[in-house]
Design a binder for this molecule. Sequence first.
Ligand SMILES: [Zn+2]
Ligand SMILES: [Zn+2]
Length: 257
Amino acid sequence: MIRENEACWLRAVGLWALLMAAETLHGLWRVKVLSVWLGDQFARDVGVFIGSLIILLIAFACIDWIPARDVRTLLLVGSTWVVLTIGYELALGRFAFGRPWSEIAADFDVFRGRLLPFGLLILLFSPLLAARLRGRIDRLAGAGTRDRHLLHRNLVPPTKNERTHCARRVTLTTICGTDLHILRGEYAVKPSLVIGHEPVGVIHELGVGVMGYALGERVLVGAITPCGQCNYCLSGDWSQCGGPVGGWKFGNTINGA
Ligand SMILES: [Zn+2]
Ligand SMILES: [Zn+2]
């Protein structure tokens, strides 16, 4: 069985091989045709531009084949391509064409007017650029705090108080704009929390002391926990409670839905 991660890297290397095949053909054309027209040095520099264009076109056409949807992995794919390409260039120049090392190294020297580093820069960013242009960047899949909230994990069941306990079976929940701020790291909630604070559901366990509700009743779960003591709560504006005891707890300081 091949996992998604392995498939991603196998395909990244496969796509790199395709890029190199295209670049090798382009290189042959450059040597046989373009150099004759423009002279070797100028053809080499023009070749970097055409080569970069080929990279971008192939990356744009084939990026869907690589199951990478976040900036970090796409940049990692680009870096891998750069490392593989430098190795390939060195091996090809030295062993296939027998060029001396000093001449090969000169290709990488921007200060001597060589443009190969520019081409490598394009290569580095090409997977990210292609994915972005095609709108394939998954804003929710990514590094750091983002996916911690999305991963399935074993939750410790909350302690039950026989009198005040009430359990709901969640039938539907939303992703709030605030959740997106949390995922982007723009609003800090308690670490490793299950976020989401706007579920609706059906009551399926009810403590004996809970009044005014019935088993099987459809309810919504308020994001705000009213304290019952502050001015807002005493005025009946429970959803405005922000006191030290009440306020926004669900999906903020305790697990949400
Ligand atoms: Zn909300
Ligand atoms: Zn209150």
